[in-house]
Design a binder for this molecule. Structure first.
Ligand code: ATR
Length: 285
C-alpha cells in the first residue's frame, strides 16, 4: 500500500498540490498517493485530522482557510509554525500531531534559488499584514535586510505584526500612505489579497525603480494586477507565486519523506500544464 497524504482546505479542488507531489514522488521513487479533502470551516476539527492519521495517513497539508485554525488543532508546533501562527504541513510523531509551516522558507527558496536574487542587506517592502505576510516575515528577516517595512491598508495590523517580530531584525509597520521612501526598495512582495479582486495596493512611486524586484505571492496565467503595475514602471525582475508554491511543497515533502526533490523540472511542468489548460479553456469559451 502506498503511503497516504492529503490536502485539507475549502475550496480545494482547484489545487495543484496533487500534481506537484505526484511529480516529486515519481522523481524520487517514493511510493505515495496525495489526495484532496474538502473540509468546510465548521467541519475542520482535531478529530478530522486525527481520523485521517488513524486511518493510516502519513502526512497532511493545510490550505486556506484553515492554516490558522490548524495551529490550534495540533499538539505541537515547530518554531517556524509558531512564529507564523499558522500551519500548512502536519505529520504525526509518537502519536502526537506536529504542525509545521513551509510557506516562508518556500518564498525565500524561490527568491534566492530560482530567481537567484543576491540580496546584501536588502531593503524590503512587504505589502499586507494577513496570514500570507505573517508566514514570510521570519524567513525574510533571516536574509538580514537593512530594513523590512510592512505596509497595510489597516495600519494597526502592520504595526502590531512588526512589533511581534522586532526582536528578530529591522522591521517596522505603516499604512500604505505612510511609506514615503527616500530611495527605492530592492524587493517588494505583494502578500495582500488585492490581486484576487483585480486591485493593486496604493504604493508610493518612489518605492520602486527598474532595479526593484517585484514579487506577487498570488499566481495565475498572464500578469496579475501587481505584476502588470510593476512592468508598467519598467521593472524587469517580476515574478508570481508559482515558485513559492512548488518550493513550499518541496519542503513539506522533505519534512515527510526525508528526501529533497528537484524543484526546477516540476516548476517547468507546472507552467506547461497551466498554460495548456488556459489555452484549452480559452478555445472552448
Ligand atoms: P491571507 O491569509 O491571504 O493573507 P488575510 O489574512 O485575510 O488573508 O489578509 C489579507 C490581506 O490583504 C490583508 O493585509 C488585507 O488588508 P487589511 O488588513 O486592511 O484587511 C489585504 N487586502 C485585502 N484586500 C485588499 C485591497 N483591495 N487592497 C489592499 N490590501 C488588501
Amino acid at each position: 500500500m502506498p503511503d497516504s497524504y492529503a490536502l485539507f482546505g475549502y475550496p480545494v479542488y482547484h489545487s495543484w498540490s496533487p500534481f506537484i507531489h505526484g511529480l516529486f514522488a515519481r522523481q524520487t521513487g517514493q511510493d505515495m498517493v496525495y489526495r484532496l479533502h474538502e473540509a468546510p470551516p465548521d467541519q475542520f476539527r482535531h478529530d478530522l485530522l486525527e481520523f485521517f492519521f488513524e486511518q493510516g495517513g502519513s502526512g497532511a497539508n493545510i490550505t486556506l482557510p484553515h492554516k490558522r485554525a490548524a495551529a490550534d488543532l495540533v499538539n505541537e508546533l515547530t518554531p517556524r509554525a509558531q512564529r507564523a501562527d499558522a500551519v500548512n504541513t502536519v505529520l504525526r510523531r509518537d502519536g502526537e500531531l506536529i504542525g509545521d509551516n513551509t510557506d516562508g522558507v518556500g518564498l525565500v527558496a524561490d527568491l534566492t534559488q530560482n530567481l537567484r536574487l543576491r540580496l546584501t542587506s536588502p531593503r524590503i517592502l512587504m505589502l499586507g499584514a494577513g496570514g500570507a505576510a505573517r508566514g514570510a516575515i521570519g524567513p525574510l528577516l533571516e536574509l538580514r535586510p537593512s530594513t523590512l517595512v510592512i505596509a497595510n491598508r489597516t495600519a494597526r495590523r502592520a504595526i502590531e505584526l512588526a512589533e511581534e517580530f522586532s526582536s528578530l531584525g529591522e522591521v517596522s509597520g505603516a499604512a500604505f500612505d505612510g511609506v514615503e521612501p527616500l530611495e527605492p526598495f530592492d524587493l517588494i512582495i505583494n502578500a495582500t489579497s488585492a490581486s484576487l479582486k483585480g486591485e493593486v495596493p496604493p504604493i508610493h512611486s518612489r518605492a520602486v525603480d527598474r532595479a526593484t524586484t517585484c514579487y506577487d505571492m498570488a499566481y495565475g496565467i498572464g500578469e496579475t494586477p501587481f505584476t502588470q503595475w510593476a512592468r508598467d514602471r519598467g521593472v524587469t525582475r517580476v515574478a508570481q507565486g508559482w515558485g513559492m508554491l512548488v518550493e513550499q511543497a518541496a519542503e513539506a515533502f522533505f519534512v515527510w519523506r526525508g528526501v529533497r526533490p528537484q524543484t526546477r523540472p516540476v516548476l517547468e511542468a507546472l507552467h506547461a500544464r497551466a498554460m495548456y489548460l488556459a489555452t484549452t479553456a480559452n478555445t472552448r469559451s
